[in-house]
Design a protein around this ligand. Sequence first.
Ligand code: NAG
Ligand code: NAG
Ligand code: NAG
Length: 246
Amino acid sequence: MTPHFASFHYLLTLILLCTTITTTLAQPAAAPAPGPPPPTNITKILEKAGQYTTLIRLFGITKEGDQITIQLNNSNNGITLLAPPDNAFSALAPGVLNSLNDQQKDELIQFHVIPSYISTSQFQTLSNPLRTQAGDSTYYNFPLNITTNGTSVNLTTGIVNATVGSTVYTDGQLAVYQVDKVLLPMNLFGPQPPASAPAPEPEKKKKKTGDTPATDSTASSADLDLRGGLHGLMGGLIGFIATFYL
Ligand SMILES: *[C@@H]1O[C@H](CO)[C@@H](O)[C@H](O)[C@H]1NC(C)=O
Ligand SMILES: *[C@@H]1O[C@H](CO)[C@@H](O)[C@H](O)[C@H]1NC(C)=O
Ligand SMILES: *[C@@H]1O[C@H](CO)[C@@H](O)[C@H](O)[C@H]1NC(C)=O
């Protein structure tokens, strides 16, 4: 072996070695190149599951679909969606959905969203009432209670009793469960506090914004009573003045 050949051989080995190093170094850089996974799209999940066209439409109207995506990206708590299929919506009395204004539709949909991830086994450990995205879970507002017995999971809103059905989707962050009924909240469909008990301030504001097309007569009956009372009072006053002057 000549010294010349030896050094050539050495050079070749070096080149080979370098190539191996660069390729091995290049590989880990190439793998994560696609970037973070795309945000979970609740609409796509429901479309894939089928039979959720009404819920998807309501997600669109209320922007709650976008809200869920934002929350999944910005919080570690996750989301649980209680999803009524189309046949649950069509089982509602005619006109129920149309009787709701946009804000009320928003509240109805938010009532089906729990701002934390609940696995099926965690259903056994929850305490009532559950807190939904609709907020205030006190009796006349948006209470949602759960009962479990190891084989079934039931929900009550005070208006309807529903059963949690199959798991539509779960990934540790987002859980979607089918429910057999549309969860109608007390605040929109139930009796309101007796007039004798003065409602707290935020309650009154809520009612005013929601009373436009209220076919839900109980919600606006307190307002009507008040107006009726004022009317009576004015009538009496005018009568009194009239008697006085005539
Ligand atoms: C849930 O409701 C169904 C009937 O609607 C009933 O058969 C079942 O026992 C209930 N389960 C619980 C845990 O309350
Ligand atoms: C839900 O459960 C709580 C606590 O047990 C109870 O006070 C409340 O009345 C229940 N609400 C409904 C709507 O059943
Ligand atoms: C819901 O279930 C409760 C307790 O099981 C029962 O008292 C109530 O009448 C039921 N409500 C409806 C609307 O079925």
